[in-house]
Write a protein that binds this ligand. Structure first.
Ligand SMILES: C[S@@+](CC[C@H](N)C(=O)[O-])C[C@H]1O[C@@H](n2cnc3c(N)ncnc32)[C@H](O)[C@@H]1O
Length: 267
């Protein structure tokens, strides 16, 4: 089974949200301190880690961990001469309490974990006294479009969840509706100073090309063409639904919106 993510797709998504990622980091207040230590969990090839944390001189130490072998090999190669960075092929489950971090970042990772609540409890013990956790998560209930007479959007979501997502190694535990649950998880793990930010985007004012790119990163990744363990029938059904909705995106007067949720908390 395929254990790797599509790194180009992740890069595209990263660039789209870059400004808001920075906004949330600045809002957290942590950047006023010196000698900050970062742990980026699910860092992939480190592209996004660098994009978010590199420019701050007071961030002196950045560790990235991921279970994606190819991504970590790539990260190690890219950052070989940069002593500020360390990348490890490691799962969250293997982290111990010996190192503490001022910023623990999980960008689009929490929704893929089998037991997010348990992980949040564990990570609290890895924070320094001044430390913060940043959680960037999706929630498909914050996505909608109009007009969608055939309800294509929800047909796509349902087919993906019921017939495709759970059959892939990388997404077998994924919760596409985690965004609204994270507050409860954080309270349950006794975090403090919990804050929530929303990054909302929509198709209004976008060019045709921008709308189609937006479609690909927000909806189109559910295509099953290159996925394992999915029948031809399901693959074809998904392609038809995606193509039909993509055509709607090109129409004047059609509207689509999505929201990304960012939580910050301290211990
Ligand atoms: C959707 S990608 C997000 C990558 C990057 N953080 C971003 O925002 O683009 C999820 C990443 O989390 C990693 N991951 C999943 N479960 C993990 C675990 N238990 N420990 C460490 N990394 C994990 C995956 O391998 C993958 O690289």
């Amino acid at each position: 089974m395929n254990n790797s993510w599509n790194l180009d797709k992740l890069k595209k998504q990263a660039i789209e949200n870059q400004n808001f990622d920075e906004h949330v980091l600045c809002k957290s207040g942590i950047l006023k301190y010196e000698d900050l230590k970062v742990l980026d969990i699910g860092c992939s090839n480190g592209f996004k880690t660098k994009m978010l944390f590199d420019k701050y001189d007071n961030i002196t130490n950045i560790t990235g961990i991921d279970i994606d072998y190819n991504a970590i090999i790539e990260a190690k190669k890219i950052f070989i001469k940069n002593k500020k960075y360390k990348f490890e092929l490691k799962s969250i489950d293997e982290l111990d309490n010996n190192s503490k971090y001022d910023i623990i970042n999980l960008s689009y990772v929490l929704q893929h974990l089998e037991d997010p609540q348990k992980v949040l409890k564990k990570l609290k013990n890895l924070l320094t006294d001044r430390g913060i956790i940043i959680l960037k998560v999706p929630d498909d209930s914050f996505k909608f479009c109009y007009p969608d007479k055939k309800d294509l959007l929800h047909k796509i979501f349902n087919l993906y969840e019921n017939e495709i997502m759970r059959k892939q190694n990388t997404t077998k535990y994924t919760d596409r509706y985690i965004g609204k649950k994270v507050y409860n998880y954080l309270v349950g793990s006794e975090y403090n100073n919990i804050k929530l930010y929303y990054y909302v985007t929509n198709t209004i004012g976008k060019t045709r090309e921008q709308k189609l790119n937006f479609f690909d990163s927000s909806i189109g990744f559910r295509s099953a063409i290159n996925k394992n363990n999915v029948s031809e029938k399901v693959k074809n059904k998904m392609e038809k639904l995606l193509n039909d909705l993509k055509k709607e995106f090109e129409k004047e007067g059609f509207y689509y919106t999505m929201t990304v949720l960012y939580y910050i908390a301290s211990k």
